[in-house]
Write a protein of this length. Structure first.
Length: 103
C-alpha cells in the first residue's frame, strides 16, 4: 500500500463500512463448519475472496472517516447484515459451481 493510502486508513480512520460488514458476516458464516460441509462450500482463501468480491460488487460502498459517525448498530446496518447473510450463501453457490482453484 502506498504511504498516502496508509495515512488515509491509519491516521484518518478512512474505511468502507459495507466492506467491514461483509467480511464480518463472511467470517461468521464460515464458522458454521457443519453447514459449510453440508452445502459443500470450500473455505480456501481463493473461494472466500471470490465470495467477498461477488457480494461487495452487488452492494453500495459506504465510506467514512474518523469525523463521521461509524455506528454500525443502527437500523440500516442491521438490515444490511441480514441481506449480506443471504447474499453470501448465494455467492458460495456461484463459486461452488465454478471455483477458481484446482481441487
Amino acid at each position: 500500500m502506498s504511504e498516502f493510502k496508509d495515512n488515509l486508513y491509519i491516521r484518518a480512520g478512512f474505511e468502507n463500512l459495507t466492506e467491514n460488514i461483509v467480511l464480518e458476516e463472511l467470517e461468521r458464516f464460515t464458522k458454521d463448519t457443519e453447514e459449510m460441509k453440508k452445502k459443500g462450500y470450500c473455505k480456501c482463501w481463493i473461494c472466500l475472496a471470490d465470495v467477498a468480491a461477488i457480494v461487495l460488487n452487488q452492494l453500495k460502498p459506504n465510506y467514512c472517516s474518523n469525523f463521521i459517525d461509524k455506528n454500525k448498530n443502527n437500523e440500516y446496518f442491521t438490515n444490511l447484515r441480514i441481506e449480506v447473510g443471504e447474499m453470501i450463501d448465494n455467492a458460495f453457490e456461484t463459486v461452488k459451481k465454478n471455483p477458481h482453484h484446482n481441487l
